[in-house]
Design a binder for this molecule. Sequence first.
Ligand code: ZN
Ligand code: FE
Length: 257
Amino acid sequence: MQVIRLPVLADNYIFLLYDATQNIAAVVDPALAPPVLQRLNILNARLVAIFNTHHHGDHIGGNQELLHHFSDLVVYGGAEDRGRLPGQQVFLKEGDRVGFGDRQGEVFFVPGHTRAHIAYYFPPCKTGETGELFCGDTLFSGGCGRLFEGTPAQMVNSLGKLRNLPDETRIWCAHEYTLNNLKFALTVDPNNPDLQARHAEVKALRSRQEPTIPAAIGSEKRTNPFLRWDNPEIQKAMGTQDEVRTFARLRGKKDLF
Ligand code: ZN
Ligand code: FE
């Protein structure tokens, strides 16, 4: 399975999953249809699945138009998003499986950004493959999604599931927010050498207009303050030893950054 990144709108990524042996594709969070259709044309591939993570317009905007082009296209999304995802046919819960080509994805229920948000994790199935995580607006590189419909406790629990994945897992998050996230991270965790190095790397990438996605879980665990609610340095900076309160204060500061 190949993952193709399609940058759209101001800072969104649509991800196209491509299986060359069967000449099929699936799309994660199609904000728009035309860039997806154009790429499918180049690949001469048939679209078999839409994997939605949540109901926001910049993640589902292309659903309807794509459904018009492919009659056997299946729309997957969270069970709690019933009624909010155009054309949804499959209602997924924590632990459910989704198939694409020779890969099997696992579903994580990750409420916080929205109350129904899910993530898709495709573990490696043969040597040479990496795990691929599609986490929508839950985890970003260097940051996390805003809490529109959830609580800090819910988000800590959700991010905790993603933090448990193997270090080499690639994180395909839906927005290119990394540089700004790391600028904020440096204000709360200025002495972290891994964070300083990641910031330098990302600054260089962005100055060449290159993407910072995918990131890797292992690097995020060392650099992303929103995965470090139990780290003594971060807790000290937030003035509390309570994990959920540490996270909540971080999120509150970032909202104002
Ligand atoms: Zn969103
Ligand atoms: Fe979004």
